[in-house]
Design a protein around this ligand. Structure first.
Ligand code: AMP
Ligand code: GLY
Length: 421
């Protein structure tokens, strides 16, 4: 089979690496890819949002299956465009990807179908939202409705902060059109767990759990980022929690989307908070997490292509997933200054020692090649993943590997997975 992977980050490197191990796959293309992805795929210089060019490429190269990594093209309907041209593609259509691209949609869905989530109100106008804030309990959480690179969620300690948040989102339009509507949500607390699940429109098959570290600095301080590191599995996600979530969250979400005429085919990423009143949904994403994919996919034993095909063909009920008993930890090496201002274009050294080494994967998130050298090319640069017999060993191995990889302005958190040791 010839495969096209859409995207160019660490998640797409993990996907491309995993499918390169399938004996069904003869050739992988990746658009736009990066310097690491080049090792297992041919990179094609087409932006992820140019659906016409991507689908024309897939037609002309006789691509058998396209896999979409990021949220933006899914929200903008890449799957619909490919399907209209008779191409096979893995991911939700636009009418189902809305589960991630509109928080008002996903919160209303959860309310209508009794799926456990934090209490909330949705607003279209700043005045109404501000009036509501006068009688609210604090802290509370304000969320822009649309996609905002993981930055559209503001935790407000008091009325003053909350009013500022509403103004920033709705009047100053800090997140653009994503701020046309917003959610005011009850503040809840507990360990956070990410569960990614394969979906075929009717059936849902959750993978092993993972835990992200969203803040930029150690001890969960600093700004929210796309994710500074992950580990898998999460010790908080017990069998009992899994059973509860399958019964009251995962399958009801599948059924709710079907009942709304929005059959969800693809990866549903459920962001959970394990509160003292039970697991609640913080958010849904319509794709693999980044860097969750970098710890979950190295542990997956199945041929990923088989599972993707079962999703598209509506026979996920025939699939059983199995995962390595080993734990995995991914430490993100970023450019100092991320998620704000940072410099790029610095040479990366020390990568060769880790090529094809058992238990280690250096996934490239933002790199490019120039005259034979690999250079930094963005905020999150590399994801250093290691597997070990338990989280402690995986964590020690991942951090050992980070010491041997060098580039100017290298920054990482030093406490990925530390809290659960
Ligand atoms: P989200 O993008 O919705 O996952 O939110 C980003 C982060 O904000 C989450 O990972 C949580 O740490 C935090 N958060 C979101 N919603 C709430 C909530 N209702 N209560 C407390 N923290 C929240
Ligand atoms: N790591 C969080 C996300 O992919 O949204």
């Amino acid at each position: 089979m010839k495969i096209l992977v859409v995207g160019g980050g660490g998640r797409e490197h993990a996907i491309a690496w995993k499918i390169s191990r399938s004996n069904k796959v003869s050739k992988i293309y990746c658009a736009p890819g990066n310097a690491g992805i080049e090792e297992c795929a041919e990179c094609i210089d087409i932006p992820v949002t140019d659906h016409e060019k991507l689908s024309d490429f897939a037609l002309s190269m006789n691509i058998d299956l396209t896999i979409v990594g990021p949220d933006d093209p899914l929200a903008a309907g890449i799957v619909d465009v490919f399907e209209q041209k008779g191409l096979r593609i893995f991911g939700p259509r636009m009418n189902a990807a809305i589960i991630e691209s509109s928080k008002v949609f996903s919160k209303n869905l959860m309310k209508k179908y009794n799926i456990p989530t934090a209490a909330y109100e949705a607003f279209n106008e700043p005045d109404k939202a501000i009036e509501y804030l006068e009688t609210s309990k604090y802290p509370l959480v304000i969320k822009a409705d649309g996609l905002a690179l993981g930055k559209g969620v503001l935790i407000c300690m008091d009325y003053k902060e909350a009013v500022e948040a509403v103004k920033a989102i709705m009047i100053d339009k800090q997140f653009g059109l994503a701020g046309n509507r917003l959610i005011v949500e009850e503040f809840i607390s507990g360990p956070e767990v990410s569960v990614l699940a394969f979906c075929d429109g009717s059936h849902i098959l959750p993978m092993t759990s993972a835990q992200d570290h969203k803040r930029a600095l150690d001890n969960d301080q600093g700004l929210n980022t796309g994710g500074m590191g992950t580990f898998s599995p999460s010790p908080f996600y017990t069998e009992e929690v899994d059973e509860y979530c399958r019964r009251f969250i995962y399958q009801p979400t599948m059924d709710a989307m079907k009942a709304e005429g929005r059959d969800f085919v693809g990866i549903l990423f459920v962001g959970l908070m394990l509160t003292k009143d039970g697991p609640k949904v913080l958010e849904y994403n319509a794709r693999f997490g980044d860097p969750e994919a970098q710890v979950v996919l190295p542990r997956l034993k199945n041929d990923l292509i088989d599972v993707f095909e079962a999703c598209i063909d509506g026979r996920l009920n025939e699939v059983e997933l199995s995962f390595e008993q080993k734990a995995a930890v991914c430490v993100v090496l970023a450019s100092d200054g991320y998620p704000e201002k940072y410099d790029k274009g610095f040479e990366i050294q020390g990568l060769d020692a880790w090529a094809n080494k058992d238990d280690y994967h250096i996934f490239h998130a933002a790199t490019r090649k120039e005259a034979g050298h690999i250079l930094t090319n963005g905020g999150r640069v590399l994801g250093v993943t290691a597997l070990g017999k338990d989280l402690k060993e995986a964590r020690a191995k991942a951090y050992k590997a980070t010491e041997t990889i060098h580039f100017k302005n290298k920054y990482m958190r030093t406490d990925i997975g530390k809290a659960i040791e």
